[in-house]
Design a protein around this ligand. Structure first.
Ligand SMILES: [Zn+2]
Length: 271
């Protein structure tokens, strides 16, 4: 599943399209997670892409009359290809550009992704309005997180994976950040000290930033817009290392289920 780093990698890959005018939109299959509004063909006719932004795992293609909000779901990809390249089975939406011999394709075999049109302030969209801060932003800091965790009984791993608290901390990144900050994933959120929270905030930023630098991570191979694969799993510090020795203390890594998700940790150095 594309995580925040893959989506950020995709955003950067789409930047060459900024300033180009859309000449045609083909909707070959509109039944994504939500049906695609057929009027987007009309809304986007002759419109120039003003910018490409990202919030959590949503991409925004901004135009002077609104924005396309794109979510890649479980298996979605945005690919820029030559104009004459044959369409593939799961290429559901095709964007063509005036004077550019390239196409942008939304490809999604499992169709859990979505494409919405929104003409008002993006922060008012129902998918966006309740999202917590970006992990790499200054709004995600010790003071903020400590305040939000103080009264939570839920285990810390499930708290940091809640997108209302902070966005983009998927299952792998949660295990990795808790290992780095030496916090046990089952620990009650309210029991974290200010120092723990400081370490955790810093660790989340390191883990997400590392993944972005490496071009995104996923258990499945992830093709960035230019077709290069982004891999990260061979460099996990703890995720997927059940029974292998901890890099810090040699204790075998444990695997447990928390909220139906696999969690990996070292019971000696994560307290
Ligand atoms: Zn250890």
């Amino acid at each position: 599943m594309p995580e925040l780093p893959e989506v950020e990698t995709t955003r950067r890959g789409l930047l060459p399209l900024v300033g180009h005018k859309i000449s045609n939109v083909q909707i070959r299959n509109s039944s994504l997670r939500w049906p695609i509004n057929p009027n987007i063909k009309r809304f986007l006719a002759d419109k120039i892409i003003l910018s490409v932004e990202r919030r959590a795992k949503y991409l925004f293609l901004n135009f002077d009359n609104g924005a396309l909000i794109i979510h890649l779901g479980m298996s979605g990809r945005m690919q820029i290809t030559p104009q004459n390249e044959e369409l593939k089975k799961h290429d559901h939406v095709i964007f063509e550009f005036a004077g550019v011999k390239k196409m942008l394709r939304y490809h999604d075999p499992r169709r859990f992704g979505s494409i919405h049109w929104h003409k008002d302030n993006i922060n008012t969209h129902f998918l966006i309005q309740s999202l917590g801060p970006e992990p790499l932003s200054n709004d995600f800091n010790q003071e903020y997180l400590y305040k939000r965790l103080r009264n939570k009984k839920q285990c810390i791993k499930n708290s940091i994976m809640d997108s209302r608290l902070v966005v983009g901390v998927g299952n792998i990144y949660a295990s990795e950040a808790l290992f780095l900050s030496k916090i046990c994933p089952q620990k009650s959120s309210s029991k974290l000290t200010k120092r723990d929270v400081h370490e955790l905030v810093e660790s989340i930023k390191i883990v997400i930033n590392d993944a972005i630098q490496k071009g995104g991570s996923s258990l499945n191979d992830f093709a960035a817009v230019d077709g290069k694969l982004g891999y990260f799993q061979q460099e996990h510090r703890v995720y997927g290392r059940e029974n292998l020795p901890c890099y810090r203390c040699q204790e075998p890594i444990k695997k447990i289920l928390l909220g139906q998700r696999s969690s990996f940790f070292c019971k000696r150095c994560q307290k």
